[in-house]
Design a protein around this ligand. Structure first.
Ligand code: HEM
Length: 397
């Protein structure tokens, strides 16, 4: 049987990938289903990618990630080890996810829509119109971090701290040991912050996500540490990813003025337009797994303990599943579904809530600012993520 060293090599530092990552992945996915990169095994074929996200022989990639990063023993690593990310399939992972998936499922998340609408309206009302503004700062970071403040009943002034620390701790995915000190400090600050918020809310429960989770804890569904870890996890995973995906949606839609205008008059088309944004330009270019046993994949032997990356970017641009993937088409069929939020027992907890956030931003923006113009925008692509490093625009009424 062939081994990993026989797999074709993918170089994420190549000029081609850095200039046109998705096109490069699309070309590769036409000729190979599986490849290897410096970080591990890359799965490029859509069906194989989706199946590997769900595959029971693959577990969480986070413990390996922490080793690569060199996170030292201390409160940050201790949190990581006990959070959902370190748990493989099994009773603990299932038990930990139950209370939160109930509260943040499609129905549970709909309950946030009014607060989200309010956050969107308020945030836009603070942005000066008819002048160039840094939309990452005044809009994309603000929305998810303010929504988080609603979830935990914190003052909205805390949103800047929430977004700043989320950007810092998400650097774990750079796999760069140089970031480990900042990441540790970021987690320590978040842990202290969340402990304080839980202490305050416990004395006076209300109608918010944190109160509901405290009630679930008091009923025995979670321990106090597990509750704390969830609230930290939601800050960790929230603003950074959501902010970048909001910015990606604004850029992809506003740079197509016909579609922007169409959405402004037809809010019912926004959900399908966003599905296409997340297919065409996903924030998640991959997710990670680790083999729990020796595995045979497409004729290649992959030993136990190997890092596996279902390459979502390649899957989304695979022409065998998405004809003419470079065409941005909001009328594409719903299936095959995009994989931006992973899947199965590891799937993104916030996927319904963040989808509502982006829907409300785009609905508001296309309706109120039909002539919105982007002045400057810049993407960057790591093997893991699409990021928006710059987004300057002018809200022209
Ligand atoms: C557009 C924004 C977001 C994107 C693209 C995104 C993407 C992802 C992906 C790809 C995964 C891994 C899934 C897998 O490996 O199968 C994940 C996990 C997760 N996400 Fe998100 N996410 C986003 C926003 C959020 C938000 C707003 C929250 C907060 C509530 C959140 C909470 C989580 C959690 C807790 C996990 C870990 C789930 C587990 O291990 O069981 N995410 N996300």
């Amino acid at each position: 049987m062939l081994s990993i060293s026989d797999l074709p090599e993918i170089n994420f530092q190549s000029k081609e990938y850095l200039a046109k990552p998705l096109k490069t992945l699309a070309k590769l996915s036409e000729v190979i289903k599986v490849g290897r990169s410096k970080r591990g095994v890359e799965i490029l074929d859509y069906n194989l990618c989706r199946d590997s996200i769900l595959d029971r022989r693959f577990g969480t990639g986070h413990p390996k990630l922490m080793k690569v990063l060199g996170l030292e023993e201390g409160p940050a690593l201790n949190y990581k080890k006990n959070s959902i990310s370190f748990h493989d399939r099994g009773e603990t992972r299932r038990r930990l996810r139950i209370p939160i998936t109930k509260l943040m499922g499609p129905k549970g998340s709909e309950r946030f829509r009014d607060d989200i609408k309010h956050v969107v309206r308020e945030t836009f009302s603070e942005i000066p119109t008819n002048e160039e503004v840094d939309l990452i700062k005044v809009l994309c970071d603000k929305i998810p971090s303010r929504v988080y403040c609603y979830w935990i009943n914190a003052p909205l002034e805390d949103a800047d701290f929430v977004s700043k620390t989320s950007h810092i701790v998400q650097q774990v995915h750079t796999r760069d040991p140089k970031t480990s000190m900042a990441v540790s400090k970021g987690f320590e600050e978040l842990l202290d912050y969340v402990d304080k918020r839980i202490f305050i809310r416990r004395k006076n429960l209300g109608e918010d996500l944190l109160s509901d989770l405290i009630r679930a804890t008091d009923a025995g569904a979670l321990t106090d540490d597990e509750l704390r870890n969830w609230i930290v996890k939601m800050a960790e995973a929230n603003t950074d990813n959501s902010s970048h995906q909001i910015a990606i949606a604004i850029i992809e839609l506003a740079s197509r003025p016909k579609i922007w205008k169409l959405l402004g008059g037809n809010a019912d088309l926004v959900p399908q337009a966003l599905r296409e944004v997340m297919r065409y330009h996903p924030r998640s270019l991959s997710t990670s797994r680790e083999t729990l046993e020796d595995v045979e994949l497409e004729g290649f032997f992959i030993p136990k303990g190997e890092a596996i990356f279902p390459n979502i970017g390649a899957a989304h641009w695979n022409p065998n599943y998405f004809p003419n993937p470079e065409n941005f088409d909001i009328y594409r069929p719903e299936k095959p579904a995009h994989l931006n939020f992973g899947g199965g027992i590891f799937s993104c907890i916030g996927r319904f809530a963040v989808t509502i956030e982006i829907e409300e931003v785009i609905t508001f923006m296309t309706r109120e600012f039909p002539n919105f113009k982007i002045k400057k925008s810049r993407f960057s692509h790591s093997p893991m993520f699409t990021s928006v490093d710059d987004l300057v625009g002018s809200l022209i009424e």
